[in-house]
Design a protein around this ligand. Structure first.
Ligand code: NDP
Length: 281
């Protein structure tokens, strides 16, 4: 049986630590602030926003929510972002994705000041990550790395396979693991011999969005399995990409879904907001 990586506990410790730091901010001094823009009423987005808001309240970060109509124009969103970029009370700006089709996501995201881009989605911050400069780190990849580090799992020299090459998970994670001296292989839907490659991984990370994508015959005995995927099964329950019941028997370490990478993503967002606040000061 693999050791369960308890991201819930680690993320709670991170939030408690931030809460202490924010409590120690001198009376009368400004607390960190996070602005969240949500366009339309996508139910999944609403759930994520609720969880982020709850974490802000717990830690003591002021959250400013902008619930915008699905019909809002791109111009109007850019106007709101421009104002928030100059708003002294706001350290972080987050635009909940996906955006409706008539809005150009790339233009909207890149309008956010790189100093306030707590999701680390802008070209500037991704460029900084690429060059290994200090700064804001993308939340989900950073959460995965933190989980490994908290469990003292050696990354250096290890063969890491990431399944999924999206701009928000797979690609930035490949850069961050490389920075940590791993040998990285990024695989995707066009990869040949996917099973064979996965089976050679010391650390296997799945970010696909398909239930039971990773089965026990794709996993090396004793390897580390990080499941980023969030899917719904037939009964509406949340599951990851990994066939947990069977893979757990072979893995050395494994993350459950829900309760590992998800809470870490939010904890990293809170850390980024605090980092942006300190940076501004
Ligand atoms: P995307 O849809 O943007 O990317 C999915 C990736 O999976 C693509 O690169 C795609 O390949 C690859 N893929 C699809 N099918 C296969 C296949 N059969 N074999 C190999 N690769 C395949 O997803 P995201 O990166 O945005 O999200 C991935 C999952 O992670 C989702 O379930 C999402 O909900 C979850 N997620 C969880 C977070 C958390 O905090 N826990 C945060 C962000 C996402 P190709 O490029 O060739 O199409």
């Amino acid at each position: 049986m693999g050791i369960i990586i308890d991201g819930k506990k680690i993320s709670q410790d991170i939030k408690d630590n931030l809460k202490k730091k924010i409590l120690s901010i001198e009376e009368g001094k400004r607390k960190p602030g996070l602005a969240v823009l949500i366009v339309g009423d996508d139910p999944a987005s609403k759930i994520y926003i609720k969880a982020k808001k709850k974490s802000c309240e717990y830690i003591g970060i002021n959250s400013f929510e902008f619930n915008l109509s699905r019909e809002i124009s791109e111009e109007k969103i850019l106007e709101i972002i421009d104002k928030l970029n100059f708003d002294e009370k706001v350290d972080g700006i987050l635009v909940q994705l996906p955006l409706p089709k008539h809005i150009n996501q790339e233009i909207v995201i890149n309008r956010i000041s790189s100093y306030k881009d707590v999701d680390c989605f802008t070209k500037i911050n991704i460029g900084n990550l690429f060059y290994g400069f200090d700064g804001l780190k993308p939340c989900t990849p950073n959460g995965c790395i933190r989980l490994l580090k908290e469990y003292n799992i050696e990354i250096s020299g290890k063969f890491c396979v990431i399944v999924g090459r999206s701009n928000i998970v797979g690609k930035p994670l490949s850069i961050m693991l490389t920075e940590n001296n791993a040998t990285v292989c990024l695989v995707h839907s066009k990869t040949l011999n996917l099973k064979t490659i996965c089976k050679t991984a010391d650390i296997l990370i799945s970010a696909v969005g398909k239930k039971n994508m990773i089965t026990d015959d794709m996993v090396k005995q004793g390897s580390v399995i990080i499941d980023v995927g969030i899917n719904r099964d037939e009964d509406g329950n949340i599951t990851g990409d990994v066939d947990y019941k069977n893979v757990e028997k072979i893995a050395g370490y494994i993350t459950p879904v829900p309760g590992s990478v998800g809470p870490m993503t939010i904890a990293m967002l809170m850390e980024n907001t605090f980092y942006a606040y300190l940076n501004k000061k």
